[in-house]
Design a protein around this ligand. Structure first.
Ligand SMILES: [Zn+2]
Length: 434
């Protein structure tokens, strides 16, 4: 974000459109206290030779659960940028917004994740489907896409079926995009389209048809979050078939490059990976494909930083450790309620959760060791980690005490937050091999 983009109220669009850089990382922060530690990870990565642009993201759902405001996300980012003297671009993402939730983000965000997952499968009219198929005769002929082995042969019936499934979502994306453009001014913001919060993964052919329909709607999408094969559980590694994921990721990159030239979409259009934190087994697969295709990526994270906050509290011992334990002990009996909003991205085996009594007896190292995402350590417990991942609402319920402790434990927390983003996420994905 910069001064020109913030001056939306004067109605003057900047001469060039606001563009998202090739590599970017979405960083979320439940309580707005970690922006500096997050930005430091980008700064250190820059010194090591890779440019990754920070995007502070927070969804409406998270604002509601925590009781925070979009203005606070911007203020925290502004302060961190000033403190560390960050001179490259940065953005603030109104994450997973819809028409009914976007308005309060407009003065504070220059990046909008337009969530149209709910409109997938909403029936489009037969005329609309027919018009789409006529407009896109190229789709139902034998399509050769560089980077995908063999020609894609999509039948007319398949084009109609897929268009029927996604046209309403594309139309909704257009509606929301134009609503934001009218309020802020064209070209003053970055549009992401997200379809990830749905049950079924989208195939590369579906992605192609989605992109064609977004182009028809005039949405200058710069980043798109499809639903990938396998499970992207919060705060833990990928659960699924790595080879299948690799093939889908590769083919999606090829489809995007094809769609950019064929449908005149923004040439920086790239994939966005939601629930992208902690997917350690995917990073080498993605890094290899990105290099082969010379493609960009937006990796969206959020809760991984909140968990590092809790690790820093635990490591500090005393009242801070007691606070961390208290959150877990309170979360245990509320597990169903806490997990409900995250049904498709949480996978906890209650049998594997340590009892309240056990955890109350833990020292700083034991608690931090169970929580820290280091699969090589026998004390690491992914079930414990996932439950704490969704338990941030309980920290919000004791916000004053929680935030006071976070401030007291600043150096332990900042070290963990920065190290987690830099060493476990940014370096494996974005740093060129030595
Ligand atoms: Zn998402």
């Amino acid at each position: 974000m910069n001064n020109e983009t913030k001056a939306h109220c004067c109605g003057a669009a900047p001469s060039t459109a606001l563009r998202l850089a090739k590599y970017s990382v979405g960083v979320g922060d439940r309580f707005g206290l970690e922006a500096e530690a997050q930005l430091r990870a980008c700064l250190l990565l820059g010194e090591q030779g890779a440019e990754v642009i920070p995007v502070w993201n927070k969804s409406n759902r998270e604002h509601m659960l925590v009781g925070s405001e979009p203005a606070g996300v911007l203020a925290a980012a502004v302060a961190a940028v000033a403190k560390l003297g960050w001179r490259k671009p940065w953005h603030v993402d109104a994450d997973h917004i819809r028409l009914d939730t976007v308005d309060r983000f407009i003065p504070h965000s220059d990046f909008y994740t337009i969530d149209v997952a709910d409109s997938i499968g909403r029936t489009a009219s037969a005329e609309a489907v027919e018009a789409f198929a006529e407009r896109h005769a190229e789709l139902s002929s034998s399509l050769s896409i560089p980077g995908i082995d063999g020609a894609l042969s999509i039948t007319c019936a398949e084009v109609a079926r897929i268009a029927g499934k996604y046209l309403a979502a594309a139309r909704e994306a257009g509606l929301i995009y134009r609503h934001i453009a009218q309020a802020r001014g064209e070209a003053t913001f970055i549009a992401e389209i997200s379809m990830d919060e749905t049950d079924k993964a989208q195939t590369p052919v579906e992605l192609l048809i989605i992109l064609a329909s977004l182009a028809d709607e005039g949405v200058p999408v710069q980043t798109i979050a499809p639903k990938f094969t396998g499970r992207f559980n919060k705060g833990v590694d990928y659960a699924g078939d790595l080879e299948r994921f690799g093939k889908q990721f590769n083919d999606d990159l090829a489809v995007i490059r094809f769609a950019v030239s064929r449908y005149r979409l923004p040439d920086n259009l790239k994939l966005s990976i939601h629930s992208g934190s902690d997917k350690f087994s995917l990073y080498p697969v993605m890094a290899g494909a990105l290099r082969r295709h010379n493609a960009g990526l937006h990796l969206k994270t959020a809760g991984t930083t909140w968990l590092e906050e809790v690790i820093g509290l635990a490591e500090s011992g005393g009242a801070a450790l007691d606070l961390a334990k208290g959150i877990y002990v309170e979360a245990l009996p509320q597990i169903n309620e806490l997990c409900a909003p995250y049904a498709t991205v949480i996978d906890i085996d209650p049998e594997q959760l340590p009892s309240a009594q056990t955890v109350l007896g833990w020292g700083p190292e034991q608690f931090a060791g169970a929580l820290r995402h280091d699969p090589s350590r026998k004390e690491f417990n992914p079930h414990f980690r996932q439950l704490l991942h969704v338990a941030y609402k309980l920290a919000a319920q004791r916000a004053a005490r929680y935030q006071a402790q976070v401030r007291l434990c600043r150096s332990n927390i900042a070290r963990n937050v920065t190290h987690n983003l830099l060493a476990r996420h940014l370096q494996p994905l974005f740093l060129p091999p030595a």
